[in-house]
Ligand binder design. Structure first.
Ligand code: ZN
Length: 271
């Protein structure tokens, strides 16, 4: 599943190139997770001012209104002057004066939604509950610690919920908790301040590294149909059940938390 770093890498792959383009035509394939929310023809003639990101949503900011794009479970985006003919799994295509933006999404959990403004429905509903951006200055270590003090769920569940800090998905939550030496099952309100600060730093580091890695393997990523294998290649714990911990050699343990797999080292990560 594309997580925040993959979405950010995707954004960087076309944001500069599409900025200033005018929309010639929009084509939709099979239904995605949510309806577009406007007539396809209504967007013709509008222009793309910029592409930003909020959580895992890409925001195409138009001269009037916004297109919110979500990659869902299996989505990937391509932008090029000329693309091969549209295939079975290409469910959204924005033809512009600078090239064609295409969403490829075999499982169709992705979405493209039009919003007249970001502070009213449907955008307000989709974006409203999101926590602070982990790679922006608003992600403050002390505020993070205070927010954790109010939660009694397991720390990994709290990270995945995305309402304190957004975009720390399953892979990066496992990796950040390993880096910070924290057991994923530990109650969030039991984290001491130093440990919360360590976790804060680990989250930023893990995500920044993933964005940097993704940037260097951009071509592989965009042709890989939403698989994020490039980061998993050097994961410390994620996906490594039974394999020796890269730090201490203890076999990596896997458990289920809230129907998601969690990987950790029983020696390096303390409760
Ligand atoms: Zn270990």
């Amino acid at each position: 599943m594309p997580e925040l770093p993959e979405v950010e890498v995707t954004r960087r792959s076309f944001a500069d190139r599409i900025a200033g383009a005018s929309i010639l035509r929009l084509e939709m394939g099979k239904p995605l997770r949510w309806p577009l929310g406007c007539e396809v023809s209504a967007l013709e003639g509008r222009s793309v001012r910029s592409v930003t990101r909020r959580g895992k949503y890409l925001l195409l900011n138009l001269d009037e209104g916004h297109l919110l794009l979500h990659l869902g479970m299996s989505g990937s985006v391509q932008f090029a002057q000329v693309l091969p003919p549209r295939g079975n799994h290409d469910h959204f295509e924005l033809l512009t004066s600078r090239g064609t933006l295409r969403l490829h999404d075999p499982r169709r959990f992705g979405a493209v939604v039009y919003a007249q403004a970001l502070d009213v429905a449907p955008a307000a509903k989709l974006l409203g509950g999101l926590g602070v951006e982990p790679l922006e200055a608003g992600f403050d270590p002390l505020v993070f610690h205070r927010a954790l003090q109010l939660r009694r769920s397991a720390i990994k569940q709290v990270l995945l919920a995305g309402d304190i800090v957004v975009g720390v998905g399953n892979i990066y939550a496992s990796e950040a908790l390993f880096m910070a030496g924290i057991r994923p099952t530990l109650r969030a309100d039991r984290l001491s301040k130093p440990r919360a600060l360590r976790l804060h730093a680990a989250i930023v580091q893990v995500l920044m590294r993933a964005v940097a890695l993704g940037g260097s393997t951009l071509r592989d990523f965009s042709s890989a149909e939403g698989q994020s294998g490039y980061f998993q290649l050097d994961a410390m714990v994620y996906g490594r059940q039974g394999q020796p911990c890269r730090v201490c050699g203890t076999p990596v343990k896997a458990i289920r938390q809230g129907q998601r797999s969690t990987f950790f080292c029983t020696t390096c990560q303390k409760a």
